[in-house]
Design a protein around this ligand. Sequence first.
Ligand SMILES: Cc1cc2nc3c(=O)[nH]c(=O)nc-3n(C[C@H](O)[C@H](O)[C@H](O)COP(=O)(O)OP(=O)(O)OC[C@H]3O[C@@H](n4cnc5c(N)ncnc54)[C@H](O)[C@@H]3O)c2cc1C
Length: 384
Amino acid sequence: MSSRISYDFIIAGMGCAGLSMAMQLISSKVKFDKVLLIDKDLKNKNDRTWCFWTKEKNNWYNNIIFNKWDSFIFKSNNFEKKIKLSPYFYCMIKGIDFYSFCIGVIKKDHRFDVITDSIIDIKSENNLGILTCSNQTYQSKLIFNSALRTQKIKSNHVNYLQHFKGWLIKTSEYDFDTNNPIFMDFSVDQKNDCRFVYIIPQNKNQALIEYTGFSPNTIDDDEYNYELNNYIKNNLSIKTYQIIETEKGSIPMAESKFTNEFGKNIVNIGTAGGNSKPSTGFTFYFIQKNCQKIISQLEKNKNKIIASSRSKKYLFYDSVLLNVMNDKKISSKKIFIDLFKKNSPVNLLAFLNEETSFVKDLKIMNSVEKLVFIKSAFKIILKH
Ligand SMILES: Cc1cc2nc3c(=O)[nH]c(=O)nc-3n(C[C@H](O)[C@H](O)[C@H](O)COP(=O)(O)OP(=O)(O)OC[C@H]3O[C@@H](n4cnc5c(N)ncnc54)[C@H](O)[C@@H]3O)c2cc1C
């Protein structure tokens, strides 16, 4: 159709995945003349903070890492452990720094068109990806989509959310330990659920404090506010503080797979492409790895691009953990305490980043209540 505008590639969605894809394309050997990047939002708000761990040193996003640490703290009521992370670093990137940096670089590259518009439909037709937006229709051989998410929900699947609300607070009463973020603090009331707080210090008097749950549904804003205030006042003994920023969100922790309903010319990336790890919600690192895999296929001129980087092994482990959490035969708090108490931190971090051999996996499995996990594993084998 002549009214469609053609591109070599279209990147639908300019969040973490879309912008990561564009940044990795720019520094790749892939040959292209014109790429369209499209999002309904201007991406000019600090709407999220990304934390993740990596041992790779030369990342394209190094300049926008706000802070990185070589240790963090895991704690609960009767247990506290400072965890040395080497060779990993725990990194924090502010959403607004990420968006501004990427869009700045992309806009300087004459091969990219950056457009703000609402995507209405994505489909494959006559060996082309077609992107219909409110104001215009575009076409390309490949569309990288992170904007529209489709999921095949099955009633016997465990589909949780990692849901959270965080306050960036400023206080003169308390000295945050700027050398050690709190990765998870389970010393909060579990409410027969999985609840914890994490703390990302920004400086001595300023930190992001996030109240987090792993559960089927989010909780009311009033409950988040109560729990955050309760934690700050009673666990940290801070009487007066100022809230500078608020962050709220949820991430799918889903046994039900994200699917591609858009046909063969569409490659789903980001959460839409199944890059949110079902047992933890961590996504940033998996998005980077997935984009790398796609780019290397493009560099080799592969005809068919395989979108997902998730291995069946880890998807199975994730399902087992989700089912164990849901069955509540043992508390999630105990599972995480066992994991952090009994394992070498580097093995555990590698396991959570999906970088372990089967022998190392067995060591991790040996640290939790095996019978409960084995029963859950059989249950999953039977239902899939
Ligand atoms: C508040 C928050 C904090 C998080 N923190 C972490 C963390 O610490 N570590 C971690 O690993 N993960 C974290 N995540 C999870 C994950 O990394 C992020 O959700 C990440 O942004 C997912 O990337 P994405 O590109 O798939 O989705 P998004 O970043 O949400 O991007 C999707 C884009 O599509 C656009 N879009 C949607 N619909 C349309 C439409 N119809 N038309 C046009 N554009 C559209 C949206 O505007 C958006 O820009 C967090 C998530 C949230 C919400």
